[in-house]
Design a protein around this ligand. Structure first.
Ligand SMILES: Cc1cc2nc3c(=O)[nH]c(=O)nc-3n(C[C@H](O)[C@H](O)[C@H](O)COP(=O)(O)O)c2cc1C
Length: 188
């Protein structure tokens, strides 16, 4: 697959096979992240890999969050928790907060690039990947920050759900749709 083909083949994969992800593959993703562009080589990212016992604790965290947020929506709580339980690996990516607001913004952008690098690498390695911010991604909730034990100068940017894709998930990639760039571009 060349670069353009890989870009088109990348897809958000939210359903996973009941199969562990080898540590070596997780490490390949983390290495892909480190090659992302970043201003003045601050390399402003940190990653927290959650699996096994830690993931069980994440499930409890997600449960508490969902019960509080959606106390009357039992079906939603159940389906959201099922997603967490059937996801083999969760990775949290943080960006360094600095005293300079512009640098802090650039750091966040760099972490976005790093997450995207991991997403492409995941496709290359046959892994399913989705970047979650809403719901059980918990990105906008202080609890996730406390859970990973990150210092106050790190901001959670993305929660990555990772696993081998469930059957048929990757093939559906060809059905993706996008607005043609012509409708999004102004040539000055
Ligand atoms: C910053 C960001 C946040 C996202 N948050 C979520 C999320 O909370 N839940 C989810 O299911 N998908 C989430 N996604 C995945 C998008 O929904 C997905 O990329 C979009 O539907 C396009 O599909 P594709 O990635 O297969 O091209 C997020 C993607 C990005 C870039």
């Amino acid at each position: 697959m060349n670069g353009f083909e890989l870009l088109k083949a990348r897809k958000a994969i939210r359903n996973y096979a009941n199969r562990e992800v080898e540590r070596e593959k997780i490490e390949q993703l983390l290495e892909a992240a480190t090659w992302a562009p970043n201003d003045r080589l601050r390399e402003p990212w940190s990653f927290y890999v959650i699996q096994g016992e830690a993931k069980k604790k994440y499930e409890q965290l997600a449960d508490g969050y969902l019960q509080e947020r959606f106390p009357t929506k039992l079906t939603l709580i159940e389906s959201s928790l099922k997603v967490v339980k059937t996801t083999p690996v969760i990775i949290i990516a943080t960006a360094d907060i600095t005293e300079n607001e512009a640098d802090t913004k650039d750091n966040e952008y760099a972490v976005c690039c790093a997450i995207f690098s991991m997403w492409l690498a995941a496709r290359e390695l046959g892994l399913g990947f989705v970047w979650r911010t809403r719901g059980v991604g918990l990105v906008h909730d202080q609890r996730i920050h406390d859970f990973i034990g990150a210092p106050a100068n790190k901001k959670v940017v993305g929660t990555i759900f990772l696993g081998y894709p469930a059957e048929g998930e990757t093939e559906a990639a060809t059905e993706k749709k996008r607005t043609p760039y012509q409708e999004k571009t102004v040539w000055l």
